[in-house]
Design a protein around this ligand. Structure first.
Ligand code: ADE
Length: 262
């Protein structure tokens, strides 16, 4: 997977991509990341990347020329001859990060992980000139219903979530069991010591009975999802036993998560 990130603030990415899983994925050659400074693609003396909005109003708008120039310099001229049409760069999605995009989630991360190359454009200021949206980008993503100062943090989120889905980046089992992978939240995890300030680890986890532990974890995941994110249950892959367990939970008075099921 190759990521091309187009930004006015390249330095924001250095630290984040030089630690942990993304760093290891890059070192092992499974992932490569190129950060492109949009300012480098300006042609005027002052390297201007933004301008006042037509029609007035607060804030600045990112100019289209440097963004088009940067993407075309890196990915080549678009294949569409007609300037009035949406540009296409082979199969490479050109993604604008903005609060107006479709909501990024695990499903979208899985969809993006199927590609070999992704281009991410980080918007800034009050927004980007609408022609970038109309004639350059093929997709627009938001990482949540809140407004960030720019698309940079959102691009980091996308790179992180997609990278961990690339085969070989994590050891196999962790992705499968992870929150959201099966459409459920994750079960509670414990490590040593077995007792901490008088609070013991659930006995079953120390029992060595793998079948019973798997069953307990599944039930914990179901209960946590029911309590915290019931909206996820309608799309989760549930067995008959899962459904029976949920029905049983719903018949009982709502319980606090502070007391895990025994
Ligand atoms: N830029 C500003 N806010 C954003 C958000 N919520 N998601 C993606 N990009 C953004």
């Amino acid at each position: 997977m190759h990521f091309d990130i187009f930004t006015l603030f390249p330095q924001m990415f250095e630290e984040v991509f030089s630690v942990s899983i993304v760093k290891r994925a890059v070192e092992s050659g499974l992932v490569s990341i190129a950060i492109h400074n949009i300012r480098d693609y300006t042609t005027d003396k002052h390297h201007i990347t933004d301008d006042y909005p037509y029609g007035g109003g607060a804030g600045m708008v990112m100019k289209p020329e440097p963004i088009f120039a940067a993407v075309e310099a890196v990915l080549g001229r678009p294949e569409t001859a007609d300037n009035r049409q949406q540009a296409t760069f082979g199969k490479v999605p050109i993604i604008l990060l903005s609060p107006q995009g479709r909501l990024f989630n695990q499903e979208v991360a899985e969809e993006l992980a199927q590609h070999q190359r992704l281009a991410l454009i980080c918007g800034h200021y009050e927004g980007v000139d609408e022609r970038v949206r109309q004639y350059l980008v093929t997709d627009e993503l938001s990482i949540g219903d809140y407004v960030l100062t720019g698309g940079e943090i959102a691009a980091m989120v996308v790179v992180d979530a997609v990278t961990r889905l690339i085969p070989g980046v994590l050891d196999g089992s962790s992705t499968v069991e992870e929150s959201h992978a099966a459409g459920l939240l994750e079960y509670p995890q414990y490590t040593r010591p077995p007792e901490f300030r008088g609070h013991a680890v659930p006995e079953i986890l120390l029992s060595g009975h793998h079948g019973a532990i798997a069953c307990w974890r599944r039930q914990q995941a179901l209960r946590r999802t029911l309590l915290r994110r019931p909206d996820l249950l309608s799309r989760a892959k549930l067995t008959v036993e899962d459904r029976e367990f949920l029905a049983q939970l719903q018949r009982e008075a709502p319980t606090s998560e502070k007391e895990p099921l025994s």
